[in-house]
Ligand binder design. Structure first.
Ligand code: GUN
Length: 171
């Protein structure tokens, strides 16, 4: 069970506890609360389902805003220590804080190539992946269409949210 239990919270409390599950996008939590939360949503997977449904139901432009709210992997903000706590943990968990200067340069080139191609940053749920898996994923995903990549990024963001919620059980 999530602590505090989502179904017990006022709108303000819910958004203050869970508004950061989607990077810089508290409106996802706001809409979920407005739709009404039940005890089913007191588990990480239950809440992940309804939050994910809100994002899936949003228009492409709002989806793109959420994608664009994500920092580059091993990018300038990460190097400068300017990430959210969750993002810092996720990037470090994938070993991205251990990149050599050459690896950082590779990430910079791929981040830029991806943004040039699609107009939004490369987002991938990095839990359980290492920097080599991530570099591989860049190469595969650069071959997709912009529409496919928007949908893939949204799926990945919903997966990131699921992992973040699982991490809120014990904390
Ligand atoms: N995957 C997990 N966290 C992040 C993040 O902060 N940025 C990007 N681009 N992908 C992620």
């Amino acid at each position: 069970t999530l602590t505090p239990r989502p179904s017990n919270l006022s709108r303000e409390q819910f958004v203050s506890q869970y508004g950061d599950i989607y990077e810089h996008s508290p409106w996802v939590a706001e809409i979920a609360w407005d739709q009404g939360l039940s005890e089913k949503e007191d588990t990480p997977s239950g809440l992940a389902e309804v939050l994910g449904a809100v994002l899936n139901a949003a228009g492409p432009e709002r989806q793109l805003e959420v994608i664009r709210a994500h920092p580059d992997l091993a990018g300038k903000a990460a190097i400068a220590g300017e990430l959210t706590d969750d993002s810092t943990r996720e990037q470090a968990g994938a070993g991205l804080d251990q990149c050599s200067p050459e690896e950082l340069a590779r990430f910079e080139r791929l981040n830029q190539a991806y943004k040039d191609q699609f107009g939004f940053p490369f987002v991938i749920a990095v839990k359980g992946k290492d920097r080599y898996d991530i570099l591989e994923a860049f190469k595969t995903r650069l071959k997709n269409s912009a529409d496919e990549e928007r949908r893939t990024a949204i799926e990945q963001i919903n997966q990131i949210a699921r992992f973040r919620l699982q991490g809120r059980v014990e904390r």
